[in-house]
Design a protein around this ligand. Structure first.
Ligand code: ATP
Ligand code: MG
Length: 357
């Protein structure tokens, strides 16, 4: 987490990032960009909450004077002091500090103490040696620090769902490498442009990862020529998983991630999910499996990917889609039709034309 914070606040005036008494402390230079630093911290997974704090001596006399100095121009008619002691050898209890500082603020400002709904809360943290105080405590994203759970490859389609899926596994500590399949030059370049923009948004939450763009049109053409139309989507998807797995091997990823949810479209019946997954040697993680479209859309809006995702494009899976795709395939029947394809040759062909951004 310290590494992630250092990375994301680079160039904003952070002198050092260190751990002390169960806190992570960023020491700032006098001209640090506090607002921007706060904005960056609000995108770091693993942070429950954070504050822009003032550092003072833990001597209670100095503490109360400094706090008064800091809040004297603020407008408030009621307040509360909330002290925490990480340094248990401190001579006063938290309640002592609340009382002493509170009495001083009350006397010097005329404001009332209100413990249940104060106009201003002054938080004090006593650590060994120093104390810190602050008045705001915005929530962080929670979750686990990105990178602590290992690496995954996410199949990013340009649709609404897969960016949300990527975000969800990042939140559980995975760093995510992206792969997109497109049918250019058979279809437009729009999906590639969308996916680049989506990747940029998602990369704000991690050390930027690469986006692999795989030209899939020729693989699809082979499938269209060789197997009955109703099996196309399932076969496209099996090829996608195989290619994603090759990338996973190259980058050391431990699982694949998709934006599937049960029953959303024909390729997402339980039968087809099983048939598709059978082509993958790595676990396929589907963070959205039990979510409704509406819930996924809400998350995409919050994340800021929704408006990009709804830009019309020509998804590669719309190419040569039959009117009645098979909704309940079995592994046996799919393996039978797949025999008509030279899988290895198709995989190599797609892999050789891959671009990496
Ligand atoms: P999405 O909104 O993510 O496009 P979807 O509801 O349209 O999902 P499908 O089209 O069945 O569902 O795709 C299921 C999943 O397969 C996607 O969430 C994505 O992970 C993966 N996928 C589909 N098409 C592509 C593609 N062209 N490139 C990369 N991954 C894809
Ligand atoms: Mg889609």
């Amino acid at each position: 987490m310290i590494e992630n914070i250092k990375y994301t606040t680079e160039g904003l005036g952070v002198k050092q990032v260190r751990e002390k008494d169960g806190r992570i402390i960023l020491d700032l230079m006098p001209d640090a960009e506090e607002v921007q630093i706060a904005a960056q911290l609000s995108k770091v997974f693993g942070i429950a909450n954070f504050s822009i704090a003032r550092k003072v001596s833990s001597d209670v006399e100095i503490l109360k004077r400094e706090i008064h100095q800091y809040i004297k121009d603020k407008e408030f008619t009621s307040f509360r002091i909330s002290t925490k002691r990480a340094y248990k050898a401190y001579p006063l209890t938290s309640m002592d500090v609340d009382r002493i500082v509170g009495a001083h603020i009350k006397e010097s400002t005329g404001a009332k103490v209100n413990l249940t709904s104060p106009g201003l809360t002054i938080f004090i943290e006593i650590l060994s040696g120093d104390a810190y105080f602050y008045t705001e405590k915005p929530p962080g994203l929670n979750g686990l620090p990105v990178g602590t759970s290992g690496k995954v490859v996410c199949l990013l389609s340009g649709g609404i769902d897969s960016p949300v899926a990527a975000y969800r596994v990042m939140r559980r500590g995975c760093s995510v490498v992206f792969v997109h399949f497109h049918s250019y030059p058979y279809l437009s370049k729009a999906s590639q442009e969308k996916v680049q923009d989506i990747t940029e948004i998602l990369n704000q939450y991690q050390h930027p990862s690469k986006l692999y763009l795989i030209s899939f049109g020729d693989v699809q053409k082979e499938i269209v020529l060789s197997v009955p139309a109703r099996y196309r989507v399932v076969l496209y998807r099996r090829m996608m998983l195989r290619l994603a797995e090759r990338i996973a091997c190259e980058v050391g990823a431990l699982a694949l991630v998709t934006g599937e949810s049960i029953g959303q479209v024909a390729s997402q019946t339980l039968e087809n999910i099983a048939t598709i997954e059978n082509a993958a040697g790595l676990p396929v993680i589907r963070p959205l499996i039990g979510m409704d479209k509406g819930e996924i859309m809400d998350q995409a809006k919050k994340l800021g990917t929704y408006d990009i995702s709804i830009i019309p494009d020509q998804d590669c899976c719309q190419m040569f889609i039959p009117k009645n795709p098979a909704v309940r395939t079995t592994i046996r029947e799919i393996e039978r039709v797949e025999k008509r394809l030279d899988i290895e040759k198709l995989l190599n062909m797609a892999f050789d034309n891959m671009k990496c951004l």
